[in-house]
Design a protein around this ligand. Structure first.
Ligand code: SF4
Length: 297
């Protein structure tokens, strides 16, 4: 086979993930042998988690945190997705030293939502968040409203919330997006709200992360300019699913893989141009390994 392989130059970790991983490595490298708890996976990528695990990063979940009785002397990393206020209160009560790696973009979004909620509550208005129900970033955002915001994943959920009155049509509404959602889908959500709400009662906040929005444009042309696309990301990455679906919609020969071990020879024809790309949680070194494995075919 004479395959041509190209790695998308815009793929790889986003700034927020690079910053969180850098913080964790700095902490662990400073005193060899010590460990650091991370509340939730620091990045949705199994390969990268194993690498950091070997350095001493221990991933725990919310149940582990709830079950803990004390953690004086231990350190807890808050990942780029951010957390609701209750998590900080719980960590402080346990005695954790908190290393807050919430992405600055997410912190700004949390602030905006908190301010919007303070404006809307006395008027009977609502904060609407376009995002994935139960996603860590969304839980952190909803936490800024004491759980009062309405989360919608798609147009059908928004229709339902409008029909049952959870999203009011007689009071102001402010809408925000999870940072990693598709800009086009968010535009659809905003358009429906605009159509249903009285003029002047809707405020749209442009909160899709610019790093994600740029990737949508880049990946669209990348997917169309290659015969085969290998999209590399962990199966639990929300951003990975969104970007892989985008590639699939433009190139039916798109394959979602976790690592080079998932590659199948029958996907390729002689002289295919193969594009390798990934999500904001996919490390560059993994893209290189995938590209090497394709070259080896
Ligand atoms: S996608 Fe954007 S907002 Fe989200 S962690 Fe990365 S840089 Fe921050």
């Amino acid at each position: 086979m004479d395959l041509k392989v190209e790695i998308d130059a815009g793929s790889g970790f986003c700034g927020g993930v690079i910053r969180a991983i850098g913080c964790a490595e700095k902490f662990l490298d400073a005193v060899p042998g010590r460990h650091l708890f991370s509340l939730g996976a620091i990045v949705h990528n199994e390969e990268e988690l194993s690498r950091l695990g070997r350095k001493g990063l221990v991933t725990i979940d919310y149940d582990d945190l709830t079950d803990m009785q004390a953690a004086a002397g231990e350190s807890l990393l808050i990942r780029a997705h951010g957390e609701p206020p209750q998590t900080y209160a719980k960590a402080a009560a346990l005695g954790f030293n908190v290393i807050d790696c919430t992405c600055p973009v997410v912190l700004r979004l949390q602030d905006s939502i908190r301010n919007a909620y303070a404006r809307l509550k006395p008027l009977g208005g609502k904060v609407v968040i376009f995002g994935k129900v139960g996603h860590a970033e969304v839980l952190g955002l909803v936490g800024q409203t004491g759980g009062d915001a309405v989360v919608v994943e798609d147009l059908a959920m928004l229709e339902e919330a409008l029909a049952d009155g959870r999203v009011p049509t007689d009071a102001p509404v402010e809408v925000f997006s999870q940072t990693t959602k598709s800009p086009d889908e968010y535009a659809g959500i905003c358009a429906l709200l605009k159509e249903r709400l009285p003029q002047g009662s809707l405020t749209v906040h442009d909160t899709v992360c610019s790093q994600v929005a740029t990737r949508h444009g880049r990946l669209s042309s990348f997917a169309q300019s290659h015969d085969v696309i290998l999209f590399v990301s962990g199966k639990t990455s929300s951003n990975g699913r969104v970007l892989c679906d985008l590639c699939k919609s433009l190139n039916i020969r798109t394959y979602h893989i976790g690592s080079e071990a998932d590659i199948k020879r029958e996907w390729f024809g002689d002289e295919d141009r193969v594009g390798v790309c990934g999500a904001t949680s996919t490390p560059k070194w993994l893209l290189e390994k995938v590209a090497d494995a394709v070259r080896a075919l």
